[in-house]
Design a protein around this ligand. Structure first.
Ligand SMILES: Cc1cc2nc3c(=O)[nH]c(=O)nc-3n(C[C@H](O)[C@H](O)[C@H](O)COP(=O)(O)OP(=O)(O)OC[C@H]3O[C@@H](n4cnc5c(N)ncnc54)[C@H](O)[C@@H]3O)c2cc1C
Length: 384
């Protein structure tokens, strides 16, 4: 079978599983703010969706990035909490372990993630270090055979729910980015606890909480990235940013698809809404924005293959897709009138989620700063 046929087939399978198994649960997960049950996640593992972009020797498929992004898109159109599971396993912290961890660490952590038995979240942000991630204060103090970690991480998606956390922290006294590395902390380690669940505008069904570290003892074998390799960490984080861009792309596409159907069916003044020229123009604008974002996401993903995406292409894709999803869902609400403002039609849920994905993974403003840095080949120090 050709790679193209493979790609189409897995997208179709993803759309079918998402529609049959997860779409019926999506509104309720949002209302109740409950995550995908472990048994359903295991099904995603059984079907191979949690290891598409992870190596075959750990149970994955070793497929290039566009393939997993197609799957994430199909799930995210109908159920973001389910898509999040696939996003986190394939484009999240597990990829840091895959690209930057030791062979022993990959063998220890990846197979259980691929099977859906365990999840790993990423903990970077802190109460006083969001966009300025390198201001982080969480510290790992050297003790014999390991480290003692203290600090607080904020806005951690899957916080409290995940079994493991890829924790960015200070592993040396070197200032700024130079002292930052990453370790894995595991649920059940003494001193690791979680704040109360956040009540977010969107992202419901994807738990969020503080991760609190109070003298957590982390053995040397859990150090994934030593101090000084922050640049490498952010290089791999580009994969997560493309997963994030795909979530936004899916949200925009879903809003467009729903609106396309609605304006042909809903009548006012004795004719379908689509017969009004401003409605036609709005629909065209929505398509234009979705397709433009899609091309940027596709270019970045195609360039990455099974490796790392180009940082400029990634930031362009994230910025475009995040902002597109916010605008297109807003237009979708407008064209749905009162129905768009009800929970029943799912449009307001798309709009709420669009805002979340645009903040997570670095705001569009921060992507723009990165875009100009890449364009001009120089760094813009935000502190001076
Ligand atoms: C739904 C959601 C999920 C998240 N999941 C995770 C997660 O799993 N793990 C994790 O570690 N973090 C996570 N985060 C945190 C996220 O990465 C941060 O919220 C984000 O980086 C922005 O940081 P902040 O909220 O502190 O905003 P701030 O950094 O305080 O920014 C506030 C505003 O100021 C702007 N701004 C900041 N600096 C500049 C500048 N130099 N120039 C111009 N404008 C600037 C920003 O663009 C933004 O508009 C999540 C956040 C959300 C909302």
């Amino acid at each position: 079978m050709t790679a193209l046929a493979d790609h189409r087939e897995i997208r179709e399978l993803a759309a079918k599983v998402a529609a049959e198994m997860f779409e019926p649960l999506a509104a309720e997960m949002d209302l109740a703010r409950t995550p995908v049950p472990a048994a359903r996640r295991a099904v995603l593992g059984d079907l191979g969706f949690l290891g598409i972009a992870l190596p075959e020797r750990y149970g994955g498929s070793g497929a290039p990035l566009p393939q997993v992004l197609a799957v994430i898109e199909e799930f995210a159109k109908v159920c973001r909490p389910a898509a999040f599971q696939i996003f986190e396993a394939n484009t999240g912290p597990a990829q840091v372990v895959n690209h930057l961890g030791t062979e022993e660490q990959r063998a220890r952590w990846l197979p259980a993630i691929v099977r859906g038995e365990k999840t790993m979240a990423v903990a970077i942000s802190e109460p006083d270090a969001g966009s300025a991630a390198t201001d982080m204060r969480t510290r790992a103090e050297r003790v014999g055979g390991g480290y003692i970690v203290d600090g607080v991480k904020r806005w951690i998606s899957n916080g409290g729910e995940a079994d493991q956390y890829l924790l960015y922290c200070r592993l040396s006294d070197a200032p700024g980015a130079k002292g930052i590395g990453a370790v894995v902390v595991e649920k059940g380690m003494p001193g690791l606890s979680f704040g109360p669940p956040e009540r977010l505008m969107g992202f419901r069904g994807i738990p969020s909480a503080d991760v609190i570290l109070d003298g957590v003892r982390v053995p040397d074998e859990n150090v994934v990235v030593p101090a000084g390799d922050f640049g490498k960490l952010f290089g791999v984080f580009s994969i997560e940013r493309l997963g994030n861009s795909t979530m936004s792309l899916a949200i925009g596409q879903a809003a467009l698809d729903a609106t396309r159907a609605y304006v042909q069916q809903r009548e006012q003044f004795g004719k379908p809404l689509v017969e009004f020229q401003t409605v036609q123009v709005t629909l065209a604008d929505m398509l234009l924005q979705v397709e433009s974002a899609r091309l940027l996401v596709d270019r970045a993903a195609a360039g990455a293959g099974t490796g790392l995406p180009d940082p400029l292409h990634t930031s362009l894709a994230k910025c475009a897709a995040n902002e597109m999803a916010k605008r297109v869902t807003d237009l979708a609400m407008q064209l749905h009138g009162g129905n768009g403002y009800t929970e029943e039609y799912g449009i307001e849920r798309l709009h709420r989620d669009a805002h979340g994905w645009a903040i997570a993974g670095g705001t569009p403003t921060m992507q723009r700063i990165r875009i100009v840095s890449e364009l001009l080949g120089r760094r813009f120090d935000q502190r001076r």
